[in-house]
Structures are given as C-alpha cells and as structure tokens.
Design a binder for this molecule. Structure first.
Ligand SMILES: NC(=O)c1ccc[n+]([C@@H]2O[C@H](COP(=O)([O-])OP(=O)(O)OC[C@H]3O[C@@H](n4cnc5c(N)ncnc54)[C@H](OP(=O)(O)O)[C@@H]3O)[C@@H](O)[C@H]2O)c1
Length: 334
C-alpha cells in the first residue's frame, strides 16, 4: 500500500517521503480501515518533529485523525459490526496518512453519511476539544467571558462560533492585527493583539477593562510562552486556565504569587485523556452533539487546501503557512 513515512524526526517538509510498504493486518479486536482522507493537524507536525507527547517508532507513518471505511476485522463483536461502515479513525499511535490503517475497533466511530468527506475527516479532534473544554470542563456560564489564545486557529474559530451559539462571550488573543477584523466578522466579542513587542502589564490592564471588576474567570491557552504567561497573570479570583497547546514552543513562566493571591488554577487538558475517563453513554451523546453542531456550521472546519499522499511535502508546507485560512487535508481515495 502507499504510505507516508519518515525515518528520523525532523522538519516535515524535509523528512517525509511517500512510498510502498506492506499492508498491515488486523489482529483480534482490531479493524483494517481503507483511508479516504486525513487532516494535517499541529499534533501531526509535532509528532514528525519529535516534539509530541507520543514518540514515533521510526520509520513511522503520521496521522492521528481521519475518515475511512472498515474493510476487515481481526475478530471481535465491534469489528464485525463496523464492517463496511464509514468511520472516523482516531489513531492513537499515528498511521492514518496511508491507504490502509489498522487500529483497535474502539478507536473508530461510525458517523452520519450526511457529513461531507471534509467534515468527516475533521470530525473529532478540534470539534470535541472546543466543546469539551468550554461546555464540559470549564462550563463557561451564559454571558461570562472566555479568553482564548491562538484565536485565529481552526479550533479558535470554532470556539468563537460556539460562544455565539451557547451564549458565552469570547475575548480573543491573536498575534497579528490582520486577523482581528476577520474574527470580529465571525462573531468575536473582543479581539486583543499580543505579539513579541507587547507589554504584558498593558495587556493585563486591557483584559481587566474588558471583563470588568470581577476579573477573568475562564481561559484556554494553546500558545504558552509570553502569551500564555500573561494570560495566567490576568486571571481574577478563582480564575481557571486550561493549557492545551504549545504553539510557541516556549514554557509558561509566572510567579506562584500570580496564582496564590487570587486562588487561580492552571490545568492541563488533553482530549485523549479526557475521553478515556468517559462512559460509552457520554461518548454516544458527544458524537450526536458534534454531528448536529458540525451540520449547523458551528463546529465545522474550513478546508484551505487538499493534497494527495504523493504531494505530502507541499501539504505540510501549506499547513505551516500562517496565511492559510483553514485546515490542510490529505485526500487519500474517493
Ligand atoms: N490538548 C488537546 O487535546 C488538543 C486538541 C486539539 C487541538 N489542540 C491544539 O490546539 C491548537 C490549535 O489547533 P488547530 O488545529 O486549530 O491549529 P491550526 O488551525 O493549524 O492553527 C494554528 C494557528 O495558531 C496560530 N499560531 C501558531 N503559532 C502561534 C504562536 N506562536 N503564537 C500565537 N499564535 C500562533 C496561527 O494563527 P495566526 O497565523 O492567525 O496567528 C496558526 O494558524 C494547537 O496547539 C493544537 O495542538 C490541542
């Protein structure tokens, strides 16, 4: 089968190759999925660079998310039930950037035939993270402010639309003023620019002015470094911030006093861990909610460009291009 591979971690546009490798076979409890499409997510790029939580067993095939059709199973009830179904493939070890992938049957989710290939390929990781962080973990109340960094990202845009849909207000932090107007048109309630030349103290003052005397209670940060650290120092009494990404590649730095005096909390969030702790009933309910919210456009993904497996180096370059609008997709089969 055709698959994307890398022999050693490194810059994605330099280390990835597309070639023919042996097709994997499903063991008991696993399914063989014929892959149709897969997005290029920041986690895939970090995995290829060797910076992700899960280390690659090289030579390795990237791809944590995607959509495909179950062609075969190594046995087991779920595998038999899923045969022939179109499924979302949540490949915890990576491996979706190939014509076939083998995963445990518990890592595929049958999805509605009414979703387009593009929405099916991007069905879970970002939509579920947007929903779970804001509605299940922080439970941001109606009318309250939620601050988010990297607000121009695909996930950030979903959170803006979810705020409009669910009734919370979004305070959006971006690194370039050119993104600000676009996010306002999308429904952002307030946009702040924070870049390398920004003064953190002035930023914190502006945040306080926007959210009012109660202070900032809810925040989600995908950037880390100076930006995430300034957000932590902006938290008000009982404030909570979820750290869920490391886009700057820089650590968070703050004095314990920033937390102490207002009894604020900084917590890590990883969707995989959250989902491992949930019941089957919760998972089924979540899939239903996400399907509805994607179909109504609240949690849908914009696709910037589509590439074939053979063109993977251009695909990863496009995904890392900050002027792109939306997700880069690898289209593997019709
Ligand atoms: N923890 C979890 O379970 C989980 C799950 C899903 C996603 N995530 C994380 O969520 C984040 C967004 O994912 P995505 O798929 O929406 O990404 P994406 O669409 O590829 O967007 C990334 C965007 O973030 C902005 N950005 C990049 N580097 C930045 C920096 N140093 N400072 C500020 N902004 C920066 C850029 O927007 P501009 O060019 O407009 O500035 C860039 O286009 C990623 O960090 C991802 O790893 C985490």
């Amino acid at each position: 089968m055709k698959a994307v591979r890398f022999a050693t971690p490194g810059s994605p546009s330099e280390v990835l190759t597309t070639g023919i490798i042996e097709q994997p076979r499903p063991a008991y409890g696993e399914v063989l999925v014929r892959m149709l499409a897969a997005p290029v997510n920041p986690s895939d790029l970090m995995f290829i660079r060797g910076h992700y939580t899960i280390p690659a067993q090289c030579p390795a095939t990237p791809g944590f998310e995607g959509v495909g059709v179950v062609e075969d199973s190594g046995g087991g009830l779920k595998g038999r039930l899923f045969r022939g179904k179109r499924v979302v493939v949540l490949n915890k070890k990576g491996g979706n950037w190939a014509e076939y992938a083998v995963v445990p049957a518990g890592q595929v989710i049958p999805i509605s035939g009414s979703l387009s290939l593009e929405q099916a390929a991007t069905f879970f990781v970002n939509p579920a993270t947007a929903w779970v962080m804001t509605r299940e973990v922080l439970k941001v109340p109606q009318g309250a402010w939620l601050l988010q960094t990297a607000a121009g990202s695909a996930l950030g845009r979903m959170i803006i639309r979810l705020g409009k849909h669910s009734g919370f207000r979004t305070l959006n932090v971006v690194r370039r003023s050119s993104t600000a107007e676009e996010l306002r048109r999308l429904g952002a309630d307030h946009v702040e620019v924070f870049d390398d030349s920004s003064d953190p103290a002035a930023f914190m003052d502006r945040i306080r002015t926007v959210v009012g005397p109660e202070g900032l209670k809810y925040a989600v940060d995908a950037v880390g470094g100076e930006t995430g650290s300034a957000v932590i120092r902006s938290l008000g009494l009982d404030g909570r911030m979820l750290a869920f990404g490391t886009l700057s590649g820089q650590p968070l730095q703050f004095s314990p006093r920033a937390l102490m005096t207002v009894e604020s909390r900084v917590e890590g969030f990883w969707l995989g861990n959250f989902m491992n702790k949930t019941s089957l009933l919760f998972k089924l309910g979540l899939v239903r909610k996400l399907t509805n919210l994607i179909q109504s456009g609240v949690l849908s993904s914009e696709i910037a460009q589509t590439f074939s497996l053979d063109d993977v180096r251009h695909a990863v370059k496009s995904a890392e291009d900050s002027s792109k609008l939306g997700k880069t997709l690898l289209k593997i089969a019709e």
